[in-house]
Structures are given as structure tokens and as C-alpha cells.
Design a protein around this ligand. Structure first.
Ligand SMILES: [Zn+2]
Length: 299
């Protein structure tokens, strides 16, 4: 794994950081730098700032959180006063501020999951100062970085309710956050939308949607891992769709939720299916109830 900054398009740099193998992107304009995702803590985000200062002579003026999860947002305070003056604008989807609370179920999930963040991780997490984004995007926004623009696009719910794509048209680079994962299989957490995820990827991909921004030569930077191309996005879309199909089939067959991980044929590790199944079953039960049928009636 490369832990050096790499220029993936003109003036667009990305680096993978431990812990969590988070991929951070810096887009350099003549007026400032935009940083996409801020890692898990103030200290980790300070390291991003020090690194960027080595290759960019303009300050960080914009931060984008691709979604609410703590490995993408908990470093935000490094870009706000008193650590960053003037403070950077922090951008995210409209659903993100409400999800950025310590009692969000995803937080407990991640505190348990990120075991390689060190023995003092929980203690550090408790002292954390969460800085919420204040520049919010519902469907699309364009930001002028000086001499170039960056677009923030939301094409639907997927990994969470509020996953943004960061599009840099002049470099043909798209930052995907956890909509796409290269370091391992995608993560279905307690706030995922397993049935909507494939369509959200289709809406971003030119081959399936004429308004899509991922073309044949686009460099796609995932939330974790190394940059990929459009073919990888299509393959991962198929994998995500097959997980959704498996959930539907198990639910349709009346398989109890507790037995579903063992009963299914999964293209991902079984342990990763817990929340996909929980969220999927809840959604299918809701749909059945709305249709005036109990789940019994669908068997
Ligand atoms: Zn995530």
C-alpha cells in the first residue's frame, strides 16, 4: 500500500492514511485547496495540513465531508478556529449535520470496529470536538477554487443517506467516498440503504445515465484504497446489486433474519452482511406492511 501523496489528475492529489486506510484528496486551485475527508481526529487532520503545505502554496479554504462517518469527519476541527484561521468552509450533504452526533448508531459501530486506532482510542473519541458542516448540498453545488471548479453531487442514498461525489471536471477525477471501496468490500453499516445503492451508482455513471459524470477514462478515488477506473465501479455495482438480490431472496423465502447470514450465498464475507440484512429486512417488512400484507403473506 502506498502512503505517499500521488497526483491522480492535474492538481488533484490523494493519499491513503492509517488508521482505517482512509483516502484523503486535495484539489488545488489558484485561490486555495479543497480537502476531501478529514480522518478520525484533530491530530490526524493536522497531519493532512502539514502534508498539503509541502506541495501547495495556498491555504485550505474548503473541506468536503463525503459522508457523516467518523473516519471522514472527526478531523474537521483542524480546519476551524482556533486551529485554522480563517476557518475553511465545511461542505456536506444536508443529511450530515444531524447524523454527526455521539449518539448516532454508526458511532458505536465504528468505535467497536476501529480496533487498530490504539488503546486510548475510546478516550480520545470521547474528548472529541465535532465540527459540523455548515455549507450544505441537497443535489448539486459548484465551488470555484480559482481557475477551476469542483462540483458536489448527490445521486441518491447508498452507503449512507448523504454520500456526496466530488467531481473535478477539468482533471476527469471523481472522489467517491465510501460509495466505492478499493481496500476491501464495501461497508454496509447500520445506516446503509442496500436496495438504493446500485441505482445511486448508475446515476453517476455515464454508461447507464447520460447525465452521469463517471466516463470511460475517469479516475475514481475511493473512500478507502487506491484509485480505480469506471470498469471497477461497474463491477462493484454488480456486487452491491447481488447482495441486495440475496437479501430479497432470503426474505421472500421466509428465512428468519438470524439464519440469513448462514443461509445466503454471499460475494462478501458473511460478517459484513449483518447490517445489510438488518436494514434490508426492515425495509422489505415496511414495504409489505404498506402494501397491506404481513411478511407471512409474501412467503
Ligand atoms: Zn463510511
Amino acid at each position: 500500500m502506498t502512503t505517499k501523496w500521488q497526483e491522480v489528475g492535474a492538481g488533484v492529489f490523494q493519499r491513503r492514511y492509517e488508521p482505517c486506510d482512509v483516502t484523503v484528496t486535495a484539489i488545488v486551485g489558484s485561490e486555495g485547496v479543497a480537502v476531501v475527508d478529514t480522518r478520525c481526529s484533530l491530530e490526524e487532520a493536522q497531519e493532512i495540513k502539514r502534508d498539503i503545505a509541502r506541495f501547495a502554496s495556498v491555504p485550505v479554504r474548503w473541506v468536503v465531508n463525503t459522508h457523516s462517518h467518523l473516519d471522514h469527519t472527526w478531523g474537521n476541527s483542524a480546519f476551524a478556529a482556533p486551529h485554522h484561521v480563517p476557518a475553511a468552509e465545511i461542505w456536506a450533504h444536508t443529511s450530515v449535520p444531524a447524523a454527526l452526533t455521539p449518539d448516532d448508531p454508526a458511532v458505536a459501530f465504528f468505535l467497536d470496529t476501529f480496533t487498530d486506532n490504539g488503546p486510548d482510542w475510546r478516550a480520545r473519541a470521547e474528548q472529541l470536538r465535532i465540527v459540523r458542516p455548515t455549507r450544505l448540498v441537497e443535489h448539486a453545488s459548484v465551488i470555484d477554487l480559482g481557475g477551476r471548479t469542483m462540483e458536489l453531487r448527490w445521486t441518491g442514498r447508498a452507503h449512507t443517506a448523504g454520500d456526496l461525489w466530488v467531481v473535478v471536471p477539468d482533471a476527469d477525477v471523481v472522489v467517491a467516498g465510501d460509495l466505492i471501496e478499493e481496500a476491501g468490500a464495501p461497508i454496509w453499516g447500520p445506516d446503509c440503504f442496500p436496495f438504493e445503492w446500485p441505482g445511486t451508482l448508475d446515476a453517476a455513471t455515464r454508461i447507464t445515465d447520460a447525465t452521469g459524470f463517471i466516463g470511460p477514462d475517469t479516475v475514481v478515488v475511493p473512500g478507502h484504497g487506491a484509485p480505480v477506473g469506471s470498469a471497477f465501479v461497474r463491477e462493484q455495482r454488480e456486487l452491491i446489486a447481488s447482495v441486495a438480490e440475496q437479501i430479497r431472496a432470503l426474505h421472500r423465502a421466509g428465512t428468519p433474519l438470524e439464519q440469513a447470514p448462514a443461509a445466503g450465498t454471499w460475494p462478501i464475507p458473511r460478517t459484513r452482511t449483518t447490517y445489510a440484512l438488518e436494514r434490508g429486512y426492515a425495509e422489505l417488512d415496511r414495504r409489505a406492511a404498506l402494501a397491506g400484507l404481513g411478511t407471512e403473506g409474501t412467503r
